[in-house]
Every structure is written in C-alpha cells, then in structure tokens.
Design a protein around this ligand. Structure first.
Ligand code: EPU
Length: 417
C-alpha cells in the first residue's frame, strides 16, 4: 500500500489541466453494451474505477483496450449477463450495466452493491424504473436478477434526484418499445453527456439537462467515437487547493458553466476569481472568510466537493456551516481534520466549522475518494508534515492528483507503507 507524505506551507501557483470526468466515463463504458459495434472514447482518466468498469465489461464478454486517455470497447458474447460480487463490491457504479443488459440481452444478474463509506445508497429507484418498463426483478442470494421479453416505454417519476438511476433508466429506454418519460430526472452534466453519447449511438433522447427526459425507443444502436466532458469535481478540487494555498492557480480545460456554484462560494469566501469559458484562475489575497454551504443536486453545490470545502473552511476567518443533504454518512473526514487541529462539530447532517489559525500536520487516514482529497488539501496548508494512508481511495477517481499539485509547487510525494 502507498501513502502520501506532504510538507505543508508551500504556496501553489501556475497552470494545471483537468482530466476527463470519471462519472461521465463510467456510464459511457456501460452504454457500449447497447450495441454490437465497437466504440472508441477519448479524454478518459486512467483511474482505478475505470479499470474496474473495464473488468466488468470483459466479464460480460467485451474486448476492452486502453492506451492513455483512449479506450476501445468491442462488445462480444451476448449470452453473458452477470456482473459478479467481487467487482461490484469494489465499485458500486457497476450497477450501471443493469439497464443496458436488460435492454439488449433481456437478462441481467448484477450483485447488489451494499452500503459504502458514505451511506446506505440503495438502488430501489433504478429497479422501480426497470419494473415500470416491464422487467421482472428479483433479489436472490445478494444479486439483482432481472429479465424481460422486451422492455416497453413507461412514465417514470423519481421521488428524489438520482444521477446513476437516471442514467440507468435512460440507457434501458433507448432500446425499449415506445416512449419513456423520466420525470424529476437528474440535471447533472454527466447525465447530459451520456445522453449526447447515446444520441450519437442512434438513440432518440430529448430534454437531458431538464427535469423531464423523453426517450423514443429505437431498434438498434451503433458504436461511437466520443470525447468525454472534463471532470468538474477534479477541477473544483484543484481550485479549492489554489484558494487555500495559492498564489495564483489557473485550472484549464474545464467547462465554466459546470463550476458556477463553486465560483459563487469562492467569491463569497473572499477569493479572487477570473475566468473564460474553459479556464478559471483563483487568487488568494488574504485569509478566506467563513461561509455556509448546503449540498444539493446540480446546479446546487456538489456533495463531491463538500469534504474539500470543509478543508478550506477549517482555516477560514469565522464560523461556517456545511449541511450534507445527499448522503447520510459523508462526514468521515471530520475526525481526521480534527486530528490536524481543525475545530469541527457535527450535529446531524450539519457540520459547524470554526476556523482555526492554522492546521498542523499529522498522520491521518483516508476513508473514501473525496475525503482523501480533503485531507490532501488540509495537508498542503498545514504546518509540518502530514502522512495520509489508504491513498488507494484517491486513485479510484483522481488522475495523479499528487503530480498535478507538485506541478503547482506542492511538496507532496507517494511512498510505500
Ligand atoms: N438513492 C436512493 N435510491 C436509489 C438511488 C439513490 O435512495 O435508487 C439516494 C442515495 O442513497 C442518495 C441520493 O439518492 O442519498 C442521491 O444519490 P444518487 O443516486 O444521485 O447517487 P449515485 O448516482 O449513486 C452519483 C455519483 C457520486 C455522487 C452522486 C451525487 C457516479 C458514478 N457517482 O452517485 O459520485 O456523489 O451521484 O452527485 O456518478 C464520487 O465520485 O465520489 C461519487 C460518490
């Protein structure tokens, strides 16, 4: 296992480029199961979760080859329909193969993902959507087993916004008979990106990015050549790093419209922000000011930047609050930040963050992907040395965040434990 060792206090400055979005790449890989033809993607981040999805596709008979940011997928044996526990347990997004398998192979057997470090995360809305489209769903021996003669279009209303639920149902509906209407659909840019990809593959989807998505089923889908959108969460993480420890940090290759709520919050915290449509520059002129944040579905503040923002607030001037509305257990980083000298008290779904003068380096442990990023940001601004163990969580979703931060002047290195 590897750990990250950071000597805090360096001022970050310079330019850095954002990678492709993990959470757009994962559904894109699943979508390849809807066609018999080859697809080639670019802009893919070579992160562990993408490799896991590649393994899941191989398990389902696909050929998967990757080289740098490129990945080629050719679906194969259409008799295969099982995604095993050993893969799904390491990455719950594997459930994204359910929709395409039901639509194309008429059968799916996918391990139930179970809980994870940030909450229970049920998939009842995904399954309800497939049932509304005529699929018979059973839960047996820890697996979701689904089968159907032919999916038919349906009106599906989600009682709360779900990103992968919307994606799963949207993929299934592409090959269903007739029209599917998804109401209260998730508005995330990754959902829009998937709809764009599916349309390139021959689907007929309109309304992605609004609360009502319409999908007119088609008989056949083709392969695609597709470039994935940039990762707004990685971009946000780098911007928050700049806001905490900058100088002047410019993050390039992003989509400004995906970052609006973060920019609004950084401005409220007293950070100087300049931008064009594909880059944002943050300049810290003094101590950040405390602000209040509530996580919400897009276009609200993303839960995937909550932990990183908490690191920023922990040394801000004054007291701020962070309310986590999406996941019930996404405060595992709090006790680690407190070990570094932060003053954070959790009351239910709200964390009250009293800004301290400075954090101090300490050995800490990462508990999930975004918590790892938060601890790295804290380590960069802390006095002395921070050692972060269980860094494999970071590698699930960030393309060498350590190298990108080092490029900006951070003293950060990976060592074997
Ligand atoms: N929910 C249900 N039933 C369902 C589906 C969701 O109750 O059938 C609940 C969840 O438990 C949660 C809320 O609804 O409380 C929203 O969850 P959502 O379904 O939107 O989350 P997700 O699709 O499982 C994706 C991202 C997450 C990100 C969330 C929220 C992917 C692969 N994952 O998860 O990304 O936090 O949306 O934006 O797209 C990450 O990258 O670190 C990460 C966790």
């Amino acid at each position: 296992m590897e750990k990250m060792v950071i000597k805090g206090g360096n001022r970050l400055s310079g330019r850095v480029r954002v990678s492709g979005a993990k959470n757009a790449a994962l559904p894109a890989l699943s979508a390849t199961l809807l066609s018999d033809e080859e697809s080639v993607f670019s802009g893919f981040p070579p992160v562990a979760d993408i490799a896991t999805m590649g393994k899941t596709l191989r398990e389902l008979g696909s050929e998967v080859e990757s080289a740098g940011e490129y990945i080629r997928v050719k679906p194969g044996d259409s008799e295969k329909f099982t995604a095993p526990y050993r893969l799904v347990k390491t990455m719950r997004a594997s459930v994204l193969v359910l929709g395409p398998l039901l639509a194309k192979r008429r059968r799916a057997k996918v391990s139930l993902p179970g809980g994870c470090a940030i909450g229970a995360r049920p998939i009842d809305m995904h399954l309800g959507g497939f049932q509304a489209m005529g699929a018979e769903i059973k839960i047996r021996h820890g697996y979701v087993e689904g089968q159907v003669k032919e999916l038919r279009g349906a009106r599906i209303h989600f009682h709360r916004s779900t990103v992968t639920g919307t994606e799963n149902v949207m993929m299934a509906a592409c090959l269903a008979q007739g029209e599917t209407i998804v109401e209260n659909a998730a508005l995330e840019p990754e959902v829009v990106d998937l709809a764009n990809l599916l349309n390139q593959m021959g689907a007929r989807i309109s309304g992605a990015g609004t609360e009502q998505i319409r999908i007119e089923g088609v008989k056949k889908m083709t392969g695609a050549r597709y470039r994935i959108i940039p990762d707004r969460i990685e971009a946000g993480t780098l911007l928050i790093a700049g806001a905490m420890s900058g100088g002047e940090v410019q993050v390039e290759g992003l989509v400004f419209d995906h970052q609006k709520v973060l920019v609004k919050k950084l401005l409220a915290a007293g950070i100087k922000v300049e931008h064009e449509y594909d880059w944002i520059r943050v300049t810290r002129t003094g101590k950040a000011k405390a602000i209040d944040i509530e996580t919400e579905p897009f276009p609200g503040f993303p839960t995937d930047l909550q932990a990183q923002m908490m690191a920023l607030l922990s040394t801000a001037e004054g007291t701020g609050t962070i309310t986590e509305n999406i996941f019930e257990n996404r405060f595992m980083h709090v006790s680690e930040l407190d070990r570094m000298g932060a003053n954070i008290r959790v009351e239910g779904k709200c964390a009250v963050v009293r800004g301290v003068e400075h954090l101090s380096g300490a050995p800490v442990m990462a508990s999930d992907l975004r918590a790892s990023a938060s601890l790295i940001l804290a380590g960069l601004s802390a006095e002395g040395e921070t050692e972060i163990s269980r860094i494999y969580h970071l590698d699930r979703g960030y393309e060498r965040l350590d190298l990108k931060l080092a490029q900006l002047g951070a003293d950060i290195r990976r060592v074997k434990e």
